[in-house]
Structures are given as structure tokens and as C-alpha cells.
Design a protein around this ligand. Structure first.
Ligand code: MG
Length: 350
């Protein structure tokens, strides 16, 4: 048991200029700078704890305020682990899909090159950002489907771009590319809208995935009760800590809906890998239609970065929640006075 008292709490606004290369661009965020409110808590007997919340830039100012509130991280429970599943994960890892090939702002040439590299690395599941322009999306989905072949999985993500009727009509036009799911087709709070979209797309074999913007377990409960989603996308930073995510995973298991976490950004892959391993080992015990998002950016800033082998998350070996960043990375990327931002802002003349 911890004996020390919290003696110090520091919050940093850490931002990475990912918009310079269009990493993370989608139908709602044309120029995102992947960012984090990074919190370090110190006790009076010398222990330190680290936590992050992801944003795409200016939202960090709000998160820094929240960081002083009740949204800290806690230790995942360790009881009830099933030995066989644990062994399997240690050997083979948890299946992942990649979003890194097809950000909305990438050119066709970049998309082709990234997809071809991913295929040689063993990736079999690919997500494409859609929602800004139908003809553009038809061309990009066709390109990816041709490259990955009929057996591999393709998912599409509209980042809340449409209203309900528009989502149904738009996705119907992309059905020929056989997406497994449409992610965030409309406003993330519109539970009945998602239910209508789910019902309309079910005959096409396309599910609805959402959750990265769901702010608490009650939202997930109602989504599940209304049959408004077919894939639960928990996020390691969005709801109130690990415990709330555990409640969501348990509800998903009750409704027999697979959990396929949202990840990427800054540190989300590092954090969520713990949750998805727990889900498999102690809750769902199934890999059917289950996979965890992977985005290949910014892992180098973490002391215990995610390890991907043959398109699988390998279980982390270091203790803790893999949320500690290198001091140097935090200092250099502090907004607006870290050296990276000073030089960008000077160049832009602001
Ligand atoms: Mg998404």
C-alpha cells in the first residue's frame, strides 16, 4: 500500500506539429497537431505517477484544467486472469489494424506506397478516412481494396461528418468496397441516429462503430441498449479512468458486441493495449471481429513504447501503464515555449 502523500502535481501542454505532414487528417480535422495534457504526480516519499489525455491541439488548454480534477489513471485489476489466454497473448499478441496508410490529406501516391509497405509488414486490416468528398472516397477506397485484395479487412471512418440520412446514402455508395464498419458516421451523441444508420446498413453487411467521443459509461449503455453500434470503440483517455472503461467492456460482453478500441494520437496505443489485453484475458475471451487500432506516430517519445509484431500488439513487459514520456520530449514540445514550437512560431512570424 502507498504510504506517501501527493506533494506535487505538474501539468504540461505538449504538442507535436503533425499537421505539417497531414498525419491525423480527417473529414473534421484538416490540420491536427497531435497533443496531450501530460500530468506528473509526485509523492513526498519520492514516487512518481504519469498520465496523459489526448487532444488535437487547442483542446489541451481545457484538458489541462481537467487534469487537475478526477480524470486520473488508476491501476487495472489483476484478478481473474485466464492462464491459457494470457499465454496466447504473450506468444502471439493482440490483433491490430492500421490507420496510418490512409489519412484524408495524403496523396494517392503516398497512400499506395504506405499500403504496399504495410502489406509486406504483415498488416491485414486497414482503415480509410472518408467523408469530405464522395468521388474522392470512391477512388481512394477502390485503390485500397484493389491493393489489399478481397480477403483482407477494410474499415471506413467519417469522423462525424454527416447527418443521419446523408450517412446512409453516402455509405451505401461505398458498399461495393465491402467495409466491415463505418466509424462515427454522425454526431457522436445521437444514439437514435446511430440506431437508424445501423438498421439501414445491416442488410449491406456494414456495421456501425463508435465510442472514441463517448464521454461516459451511460452513453455506452444506451448505445448498446438501442442496438446503435456493432463495434464498441473505447478510448483510454476519454472516459473517467480505467475503471469506467472496465464497466464499458463488461457491458459490451453482456450485449455480445466486440470491443475494438480507438488508439493513435499521443500515447493512446501505449495506454489502450493494457485494456484490450485485459478484455481478452478476463472478459470476452474471444478474438472474433476484434482488433485494436494502431497508428504509427510519436511512439518514440515514450519510455515504454508499444511493440507491434506481425500486425499484433505484443504485451508490454514494463510495469505501469506505459504512459511515461521522456523529459526531453516533454520539454522540447511544450506549447508555446518549447524549442520545437518557438522555431515554428518564429518561422510563421507570430
Ligand atoms: Mg475514428
Amino acid at each position: 500500500m502507498l504510504k506517501g502523500k501527493i506533494a506535487k502535481l505538474a501539468v504540461s501542454d505538449v504538442r507535436f506539429p503533425t499537421s505539417l505532414e497531414q498525419h491525423g487528417s480527417d473529414a473534421m480535422h484538416a490540420n491536427p497537431d497531435y497533443s496531450a495534457a501530460y500530468v506528473v504526480i509526485e509523492t513526498d516519499d519520492g514516487l512518481k505517477g504519469y498520465g496523459i489525455t489526448f487532444t488535437v491541439g487547442r483542446g489541451t488548454e481545457i484538458e489541462n484544467e481537467d487534469g487537475r480534477g478526477e480524470k486520473g489513471h488508476s491501476e487495472p485489476p489483476r484478478s481473474g486472469m485466464k492462464r491459457g489466454h494470457k499465454k496466447e497473448m504473450l506468444k502471439e499478441g493482440y490483433p491490430a489494424y492500421t490507420t496510418s496508410c490512409a489519412w484524408l490529406g495524403y496523396s494517392d501516391q503516398q497512400l499506395t506506397q504506405l499500403c504496399s509497405t504495410a502489406l509486406t509488414e504483415g498488416w491485414t486490416k486497414f482503415k480509410v478516412k472518408v467523408g469530405a468528398d464522395l468521388q474522392d472516397d470512391i477512388r481512394r477506397c477502390s485503390l485500397i481494396r484493389k491493393m489489399i485484395g478481397p480477403e483482407n479487412s477494410l474499415m471506413i471512418d467519417a469522423n462525424q461528418r454527416w447527418d443521419v440520412a446523408e450517412a446512409i446514402s453516402y455509405v451505401t455508395k461505398l458498399a461495393e468496397f465491402r467495409p466491415l464498419w463505418i466509424e462515427e458516421p454522425t454526431c457522436p451523441d445521437d444514439i437514435l441516429g446511430h440506431a437508424a444508420i445501423s438498421k439501414a446498413l445491416a442488410p449491406l453487411g456494414i456495421g456501425v462503430a463508435t465510442g472514441e467521443q463517448c464521454h461516459n459509461r451511460v452513453m455506452f449503455k444506451q448505445f448498446l441498449q438501442a442496438s446503435a453500434l456493432q463495434f464498441v470503440q473505447i478510448d483510454s483517455c476519454r472516459v473517467g479512468s480505467v475503471n469506467e472503461n472496465l464497466a464499458i467492456m463488461l457491458m459490451a460482453a453482456k450485449f455480445r458486441v466486440p470491443v475494438c478500441p480507438h488508439a493513435g494520437g499521443v500515447g493512446l496505443c501505449e495506454l489502450v493495449q493494457h485494456l484490450i489485453l485485459f478484455d481478452y484475458i478476463s472478459v470476452s475471451a474471444s478474438l472474433e471481429n476484434r482488433m485494436c487500432e494502431y497508428v504509427d506516430h510519436l511512439h518514440e517519445h515514450f519510455k515504454s513504447p508499444t511493440v507491434i509484431r506481425n500486425a499484433h500488439y505484443m504485451p508490454p513487459k514494463d510495469p505501469g501503464f506505459s504512459s511515461e514520456m521522456f523529459d526531453e520530449s516533454v520539454q522540447k514540445h511544450q506549447f508555446p515555449h518549447g524549442e520545437v514550437w518557438r522555431s515554428i512560431l518564429e518561422k510563421n512570424g507570430s
